[in-house]
Design a protein around this ligand. Structure first.
Ligand code: UD1
Length: 421
C-alpha cells in the first residue's frame, strides 16, 4: 500500500490536462458488450477502476488491448460466460453496469450484488425495477443477481428514487432497452453528462436514443448493434478537483481538455467564494482571491453541485472567512473526511446530513487516512495548503479515480512523494 508525503504551503501554477472521465468510461466499456463487432475507444483513463472493469470484461469473453496511441480496442469473442463474480465486483461497485448489456445481448446475466462502501449503503433496487419493467426475470441467489429474459419489451419506466435519479441505473436500463422490442421511455432519468456520452456511443453503434442528458430518455429498440469508435468526455470531477486545488492554494492554473459547460454549478458556487474560473481559448483559467468568502451548498443530481466534489469543496471552505453549511443530499453519510480534516486543525460540526464549516486561519499538516476516492482527493488538497507536512495513507483509493494525480500536481509546483507503506 502506498502513501503520499505532501509538503504544504505550495502555490499551484501552470498548465494541466484533464483525462477522460472514469464515470463515463465505465458504462461505455460495459456498453461494448452489446455488440460482437470491435469497438475503439479514445481517452479511456488508465486507472485502477478501469483495469478492474477490463478484468471483469476479460472473464465475460472480451478481448481488450491498448494500442500505442492509447486507443482501447474492445472485442467480444465469446458470449458463453456471463458471470461477474463477487471477487471482482467487490473491488468496484460500478461493475453493476454490465448487468443491463449482458441481459439484453445474451439473455442471461449473473452479477454479484455490490455491497455498501465508505460513503454509505448503495442499493440497486432502481436498476432491478427498471430491468423488471422491461420484462426481465430477476432472482437473487448466493449474493448474486440472476437476470434472464426472452426478449425485452419496451415500456414506460419511472427511475426516480428517494435521492433523485440513479446514474448507473439509468445507464443499465438505457443500454438494455437499445435491444428491446418497441419503444422505452425512461422518466426521471439521470441527466449527468456521462449518460449523454454513453448514449452517443450507443447511437454510434446503431441504437436509437433521444433525450439523453434530460429527465426523459426515449429508446426505440433495434435488432442488433454494430461496432463503433468513440472518444470519452473529459472528467468533470477531476477538473473540479484541480480547480479547487488551484483555488485553495491561491494558485494560477490553466486546465486543458476541460468542459466548463459540465461544471456550471461548481463555477457559480466558486464565484460566491471569490474564485474566478474563466474560459480562455478553449481552456479554463482559475484565479482566486486571497480572502475566501463562506457559502452554503447542497449536493444534488446534475446539473446541481456534484456530491463527488463535496469533500474537496469542504477543504476550501475550511479556509474561508466565516461559516459555511454543506448539505449532502445524495449520500447523507458521505462525511468520512470530516474527522481527518479535524486532525488537520479544521473546525467542522456535523448535524445530520449537514456539515457546518467554520473557517480557520490555517490547516496544519498531519498523518491522515484516505477512506474513499473523493475524500482522499480532499485530503491531498488540504495537504497542499497546510503548514508543514501531511501524510495521506491508503492512497489506493485515489488511484481508483485520478490518473497520475501526484505527477499532475507536481507539474504544477507541488512536491508530492509516493512512498510504499
Ligand atoms: C454514480 C457515480 C458516483 C456518484 C454518483 C452520484 C459512477 C461510476 N459513479 O454512482 O461517482 O457519486 O453517481 O452522482 O458513475 N439509489 C437508490 N437505488 C438504486 C440506485 C441508487 O436508492 O437502485 C440512490 C443511492 O443510494 C444514492 C442516489 O440514489 O443516494 C444516487 O445514486 P446513483 O446515481 O445510483 O449512484 P451511482 O450510479 O452508483
Amino acid at each position: 500500500m502506498d502513501k503520499f508525503i505532501i509538503p504544504g504551503g505550495v502555490r499551484l501554477k501552470g498548465e494541466v490536462s484533464i483525462s477522460g472521465a472514469k464515470n463515463a468510461a465505465l458504462p461505455i466499456l460495459a456498453g461494448c458488450l452489446l455488440t460482437e463487432e470491435p469497438c475503439s475507444l479514445r481517452a479511456v483513463p488508465d486507472l485502477a477502476d478501469i483495469r478492474a472493469m477490463l478484468e471483469i470484461m476479460g472473464e465475460l469473453g472480451v478481448d481488450t488491448s491498448r494500442d500505442d496511441d492509447g486507443v482501447l480496442k474492445i472485442h467480444v469473442t465469446d458470449e458463453s460466460h456471463s458471470h461477474a463474480r463477487y471477487d471482482l465486483v467487490r473491488k468496484m461497485r460500478a461493475s453493476i453496469c454490465v448487468l443491463g448489456p449482458l441481459l439484453a445481448k445474451r439473455g442471461y446475466a449473473r452479477v454479484s450484488m455490490p455491497g455498501g462502501c465508505a460513503i454509505g449503503a448503495r442499493p440497486v433496487d432502481l436498476h432491478l425495477r427498471g430491468l423488471r419493467a422491461l420484462g426481465a426475470k430477476i432472482e437473487l441467489d448466493g449474493g448474486d443477481i440472476i437476470a434472464t429474459r426472452d426478449r425485452l419489451q419496451g415500456t414506460e419506466i419511472f427511475l426516480g428514487g428517494p435521492f433523485g435519479s440513479t446514474v448507473l441505473g439509468t445507464a443499465n436500463v438505457m443500454s438494455a432497452a437499445t435491444l428491446a422490442e418497441g419503444t422505452t421511455m425512461i422518466e426521471s432519468a439521470a441527466c449527468e453528462p456521462e449518460i449523454e456520452d454513453l448514449a452517443d456511443l450507443l447511437n454510434a453503434m446503431g441504437a436509437k436514443i433521444r433525450g439523453a442528458g434530460t429527465p426523459r430518455v426515449t429508446i426505440e429498440g433495434v435488432e442488433q448493434l454494430s461496432g463503433a469508435e468513440h472518444t470519452v468526455i473529459p472528467d468533470r470531477i477531476e477538473a473540479g478537483t484541480f480547480i479547487l486545488a488551484a483555488a485553495v492554494t491561491n494558485g494560477d492554473v490553466t486546465l486543458h481538455n476541460c468542459r466548463l459547460d459540465h461544471l456550471h454549478a461548481v463555477v457559480d458556487k466558486l464565484r460566491d467564494v471569490g474564485v474566478a474560473v474563466e474560459k480562455h481559448n478553449g481552456t479554463a483559467v482559475v484565479a482566486s482571491a486571497r480572502r475566501l468568502c463562506p457559502t452554503d451548498v447542497t449536493t444534488q443530481p446534475y446539473p446541481g453541485f456534484p456530491t463527488d466534489l463535496q469533500a474537496q469543496l469542504m477543504t476550501l471552505l475550511c479556509l474561508a472567512d466565516g461559516n459555511s453549511a454543506i448539505t449532502e443530499k445524495i449520500f447523507p453519510d458521505r462525511f468520512m473526511h470530516v474527522a481527518e480534516l479535524l486532525r488537520m486543525g479544521a473546525n467542522i460540526r456535523k448535524e445530520g446530513p449537514t456539515a457546518i464549516v467554520t473557517g480557520v486561519r490555517e490547516l496544519i499538516g498531519a498523518p491522515v487516512m484516505a477512506s474513499d476516492l473523493r475524500a482522499s482527493a480532499a485530503l491531498v488538497v488540504a495537504g497542499l495548503v497546510a503548514r508543514g507536512e501531511t501524510e495521506v495513507r491508503r492512497v489506493y483509493h485515489i488511484d481508483r479515480g485520478y490518473e497520475h494525480i501526484e505527477k499532475k500536481l507536481n507539474q504544477l509546483g507541488a512536491n508530492i512523494q509516493r512512498v510504499a507503506e
